[in-house]
Design a protein around this ligand. Structure first.
Ligand code: NDP
Length: 329
């Protein structure tokens, strides 16, 4: 049983040497529980916040501990009456080949409904983040302009497509020209390459001639400072992520947005998706319906091999993924 543990608390951009691949004994199937073989594991930007050695909204992953993360696996041994061998489940057992899990802590998947790895993307945590963050906090109305940063990623690409389904004008920002093409192919009305289309206020103003009614922020930093100056009266900002700041908080030197918030009476709200955990079945049902109708596309960037999970994770901060970043075992 191979597993990846945190070897050192990263300083700045994580390094592969901050992680260690180690061999451990095959766990035994717990009473009433399951022994699962991992098929897919997830790499997500929020994991950076879990390996700082400090508590944020949850306890940190400590050095020597397995990298806890979303995963999808096949049941290879069961001591549970309703979940048999061969069933596919998703849970948070993390970066390891095998895991002993309690049946209450996993969700059973139906491979006939959608590819099982969508449980880590469009039909899983990133999809719920997009769905609830956008509909609950931005509450966009048809015809309004929605700006989403990090638009070619797992969350951002879903946000933009949902906003299009809701009848909005959608503009996205991302880091390469090929990703600009990608989000346009998803139906985005406008797209900005934040590395080349500068200065931001002018570039964004051209793409959002009627201003911005809703801003779904995944990245923060200077791009967000510019977006704030274009917000319309009573606009709504969902603060989902600040990935530009995760590895280097000293860079956060932009202007403070509070004058914009005041004079335009904006509603700015940060959120953690687990706020809506009780409503995930509802969100999943809606996302699955749109997905089956072909209205919600989901790109995946797949890395093979458990041993390459750290590399795939670090790649998130270099923009190496389009859509959901996954590791296939
Ligand atoms: P993504 O699939 O979007 O992957 C990360 C992407 O971020 C990269 O591909 C890259 O795209 C972009 N990026 C990396 N570094 C920078 C930078 N310095 N400036 C701007 N963009 C950068 O990941 P997710 O969809 O899983 O997550 C997106 C955001 O949502 C993250 O900030 C994450 O922390 C947050 N999140 C929040 C949740 C919540 O509950 N609040 C839940 C889940 C995610 P590019 O090439 O465009 O630069």
């Amino acid at each position: 049983n191979r597993r990846i543990v945190l070897a050192a608390v990263p300083v700045g951009l994580p390094l592969e040497s901050d992680f260690l691949l180690e061999e451990a004994a095959l766990p035994t199937c717990p009473t009433g529980g399951l022994l699962v073989r991992s098929v897919w594991i997830s790499v997500d930007p929020y994991l950076r916040g879990r390996i700082t050695g400090r508590r944020s909204y949850v306890d940190p992953i400590l050095t020597g501990s397995v990298m806890e993360s979303g995963a999808v696996g096949e049941v290879i041994e069961s001591r549970h009456p309703a979940i048999g061998v061969g069933a596919f489940v998703t849970g948070m057992w993390g970066w390891q080949d095998y895991a002993a899990v309690e049946a209450e802590k996993v969700l059973r998947l139906d491979p006939a409904e959608a590819p099982i790895q969508t449980a880590l993307g469009v039909l899983g945590m990133p999809g719920m983040t997009a769905y609830f963050g956008l509909t609950e906090l931005c509450a966009p109305k048809a015809g309004e302009t929605v700006l989403v940063s990090g638009a070619a990623g797992a969350v951002g690409s879903a946000v933009g497509q949902i906003a299009k389904i809701l009848g909005c004008k959608v503009v996205g920002t991302t880091g390469t020209d090929s990703k600009v093409q990608y989000i346009r192919s998803l139906g985005f009305d406008g797209a900005l390459n934040y590395r080349t289309d500068q200065p931001y206020p002018e570039a964004l103003a051209r793409l959002c001639p009627n201003g911005i009614d809703c801003y779904f922020d995944n990245v923060g930093g200077e791009l967000t400072d510019a977006a704030m100056t274009l917000m319309n009266f009573r606009g709504r900002v969902a603060v989902c992520g600040q990935i530009s700041q995760y590895n280097d908080r000293s860079k956060d030197v932009g202007q403070r947005p509070f004058t914009e918030i005041l004079v335009k009476q904006l509603r700015v709200e940060g959120f953690i998706v687990t706020r809506w955990a009780a409503r995930f079945p509802e969100g999943r049902k809606q996302m699955a319906t749109w997905w089956k109708e072909g209205r919600l596309r989901n790109e995946e960037t797949i890395t093979d091999g458990l041993e390459n999970a750290p590399k795939a994770f670090i790649g998130l901060f270099r923009g190496e993924n389009t859509g959901k970043a996954l590791v296939r075992l």
